[in-house]
Design a protein. Sequence first.
Length: 287
Amino acid sequence: MPKLIRWGLIAAGVILLGLALNTTRQYARWSPFGEPPDARAARLAEHWRLLLPEGPGPFPAAILLSGCDGVRDNMDYWASVFVETGRAALIVDSHTPRGLVELEAWRLVCGAQALSGAERSGDVAVALKGLSDRDDIADDIVVFGASHGGWTAMEFVAHAASNERPPGLAHWPDTPEALLQSVSALVLLYPYCGVLNSATAARWAGAPPALFVLAEDDSIVSTPDCVARAEALRQSNAEVEIVVLADADHGFDQQERSPLSMLRFDAQKQAQARRAVLDFLKTVDPL
């Protein structure tokens, strides 16, 4: 290899390492071990968005959790779907408050080097508590997660069901039983179901009904892993529905992407997923 190219690659590696280390330092400063739930909620609330249907309420609600690249246009799309059904929609931004907003930063999340689904599940706990404290929100909340957000939703259930405090949270904001009971359903859009996902059948007792909407040709996460995980949950008598969209790839519902992404938006698959979600919600919680 010519020396110029070799030294160029070394320099690029040093720059990327510096960016990663800087991001890690920012992230570490934001999220100390044992963060009180009130502090976590206050930081998240600066960046989350709550959309309300028309009328006086109280409204059933949905919590929306983005993929590893942060909040993108698909969260607005799904929030509008929930609002159209009469649910309030809370879009939780887990990335911006942690400084995970640049390309180098969110790639650490996608690469499982920062903000695991287990740690992020504490965000779900404080969001549920925040909604339960509002007079205009009913005790009927769907947790919707896409990709890393789906992993996060599953980790929340696993931690609450086993009374295991989410990493990085000093204590639960309410009893895990109360938080779990406020969740009427899970909608998991092409979630990560690999070995780092601790939501096993043994940690799923008392879980709400769940819908897995998976992409047949997913190039990012393993659809067979998710089918196997969902089937294992079913065998433990959990209410689980599986929908696999033919010829769909990961992130089919998202238009905003990194310039380096090879994924593509597919309006037809997005519409199919919408129908599956709405049909599922009618069976578990008729409105």
